[in-house]
Design a binder for this molecule. Structure first.
Ligand code: NAI
Ligand code: MG
Length: 356
């Protein structure tokens, strides 16, 4: 029942929602007698970069690899540090070096949160986006040639390894197999991207033979995004490459009202390395410092972390608590402005912790 957790708030609203994530975590752990040691780190933030010229200390790997999980806020200060430097110097290092090849992102319409989609009621939208998290389009292989001349060009490779594709598909098929609908949707673009995407499709087809009871369909990413909006009830488990999964997992939560509630797990399923739990959203510079960020993405990520550590009851207690508070609606609970309320991050976080 003892776990060591690395706590990394990062930048912007990451610093504001993290205390509410910890408040919920603390309430759930006290209730269920779970002993967490929290180790706080200020690196993997742009503040750290501005002081030290790098996003993380040289020994970050050894420091974090010993922990049971990493609880992360958000990183990025685009006005001061280019996004590719801040993201590649922190989060993407964690995902790659800790082999967190599954990025699991639930999408659920929760009573009390107004959906921008007309005529959608809770129950209509309840699915998972499973994103490949270590290769694909986010490969960093390539370069800019003949820079500054009129022959200048930029090239960046997509890398799909058989091991990499099969292991994410396996995770998605297994997840679909555990759900009542047993329905897997694959995101592709094999009409335009003529090598890697047909390869992805072939691996899906190959694995589907091992799961005859699962209904498998695939859509090109362009129409798939349209169907997220037009037919969200169609989906159960949606699997996509690094880029497609990234796009779908912002769109999915947006269809359920706000990206501010969406959680994610960056998971190393074998448990060889620590997994990382963070909200889907970024550091939101446009609202940072105002105290109005929605803390649910962080709080729900805490629930996913507890589930991953084997504490299903404590995890459920957190989800039930914020669902109960949300159901009261913006007139009766201090919901944040993105959900139509007037509450602050802290007010709302406190009410949820009390409900736990
Ligand atoms: P973003 O997710 O930070 O913000 C997009 C929009 O959603 C903004 O209008 C923001 O105010 C709103 N929003 C986000 N989270 C919210 C919350 N909890 N409550 C209420 N409203 C919320 O994405 P953006 O603007 O593209 O990126 C900003 C910075 O964050 C960049 O530096 C980017 O690289 C970084 N980023 C970091 C991520 C991470 O740490 N995992 C993920 C995505 C972006
Ligand atoms: Mg994203």
């Amino acid at each position: 029942n003892k776990h060591e957790i690395a706590v990394i708030p990062g930048d912007g609203i990451g610093v504001e929602v993290m205390p509410e994530g910890l408040r919920a975590l603390d309430a759930a752990c006290r209730k269920f007698n779970i002993d967490l040691t929290l180790n706080h780190y200020d690196f993997a933030s742009c503040d750290y970069y501005l002081k030290h010229g790098q996003m993380m200390p040289d020994n970050w790997f050894d420091t974090l690899v010993k922990q049971d999980a990493i609880f992360f806020g958000a990183v990025g200060m685009p006005k001061l540090v280019p996004d590719h430097i801040s993201l590649w110097g922190s989060l993407i290092q964690f995902r790659k070096r800790f082999d967190q090849y599954v990025n699991l992102r639930p999408v659920k319409l929760i009573p009390g949160v107004p959906s921008p989609l007309a005529n959608r009621k809770p129950g209509d939208i309840d699915f998972y986006v499973v994103r490949e998290n270590t290769e694909g389009e986010y490969s960093n292989a390539g370069g800019i040639m003949f820079e500054g001349t009129d022959r200048e060009f930029a090239i960046q490779e997509t890398i799909m390894t058989r091991v990499g594709v099969d292991r994410i598909l396996k995770f998605a098929f297994e997840l679909a197999n555990k759900r009542p609908k047993k329905h897997l949707t694959s995101a592709t673009k094999s009409n335009g991207i003529s090598i890697t995407m047909p390869y992805w499709d072939k691996r899906v087809e190959n694995m589907s033979k091992d799961y005859p009871e699962i209904l498998v369909d695939k859509f090109h990413i362009d129409i798939l995004t349209a169907f997220f909006v037009l037919r969200p009830h169609h989906f159960d488990v949606v699997v996509g490459s690094n880029l497609f999964g990234d796009i779908l997992s912002d769109l999915g939560p947006a269809c359920t009202g706000t990206i501010g509630i969406a959680p994610s797990g960056n998971i190393n399923p074998e448990g060889i390395y620590p997994s990382l739990f963070e909200p889907v959203h970024g550091s939101a510079p446009d609202i940072a410092g105002k105290g109005i960020a929605n803390p649910i993405g962080q709080i729900w990520s805490a629930a996913m972390m507890l589930e991953h550590l084997g504490h299903v009851e404590a995890s459920t207690a957190i989800v039930n608590a914020f669902e109960k508070v949300l159901a009261a609606g913006p007139d009766h609970a201090p919901l944040t402005p993105d959900m139509g309320g007037k509450g602050t991050t802290t007010d709302f976080g406190k009410v949820i912790a009390e409900a736990i």
